[in-house]
Design a protein around this ligand. Sequence first.
Ligand code: PHE
Length: 348
Amino acid sequence: MSDLRESLNQTREEFEKKIKEIQNLADIEKIRVEYFGKKGKLTGVLRGMGNLTPEERPEAGKMVNEVRAKMEEVFAQSQAKMKALESSYKLKKEVIDVTLPTHYEGCGARHPLNNAINEICDIFLGLGYSIGEGPEVEYDKYNFELLRIPKGHPARDTQDTFYVSDNILLRTQTSGMQIRIMEELTKNGGKPPIKVVCPGKVYRQDTLDATHSPVFHQIEGLVVDKGVTMGDLVGSLRLFAKKLFGENTEVRLRPHHFPFTEPSVEVDLTCWKCGGKGCNVCKGEGWIEVLGAGMVHPEVLENCGIDSSVYSGFAFGIGVERTTMGRYGIDDIRLLYENDVRFLKQFK
Ligand code: PHE
């Protein structure tokens, strides 16, 4: 019995000394095996209990349990301490200084076409216009019919259309937005004034080459109010041109024909490269064609429930690709759609 007490105390003292010296979780595991394992020291001492008399056993059992509980408590505390220590060490080691400079991966930029659209729309926003958007898959009646381009009209041939079905198509122009905007207003009893620009994609069955693409962008403009005149149209376009290309930019109108405007014009601006002298960008002309425009045809107003004896309006359609290409001296429209990073990088 006293032998047992002796060796128990010895084991415990030795254990407590060792556990004070541990450095990490691996050490603590070693101690676990050394003392509490199947072949461990404490287990060995307990085995010695086999030599005791039955009378001695209860007291010995009590003693052993007490010592073991104490040792286990010390062990658990050290283990917890080591775990905390190791995890704080790990956290310290893995800390990341987010303020350190890093390898620069490069930053994207807006596509030149979106840039142009934003810039142009911003100018009109500044002139009090609002911005509208509509579907690229459009009804025939909005794209053609209500714009005075009935089935069989020759204007349909100049805009080779992608048809989805008999009366649904990919819009060939943003002019359908004129109808949508006016109809939306009057169907709820609203009345002009209207001042809106509508940017968007349009589609035509053109074979892709340096100057043609089956998809391109237009910005439609529409102003309807009492007493709107051709003079207002010219004034607005002149303002727009000067804001976009500089004070010296001039506007030139050439008579043209669109079924939905009367009179109709094609509008040229003085070349933004040579200022009108003639160069490679304007092909020696000094002028670049940028948009189609005109006074909204009275029948179109009436088609949308607007009294053409009270109201008049003008409309214009800006070719975004043409403006962008001219501006940056891009000579191939395909560059705008291939998304070649070497090309796009130049517009940062
Ligand atoms: N929609 C015409 C085109 O695509 C342009 C235009 C718009 C003309 C508005 C007049 C008024 O060619």
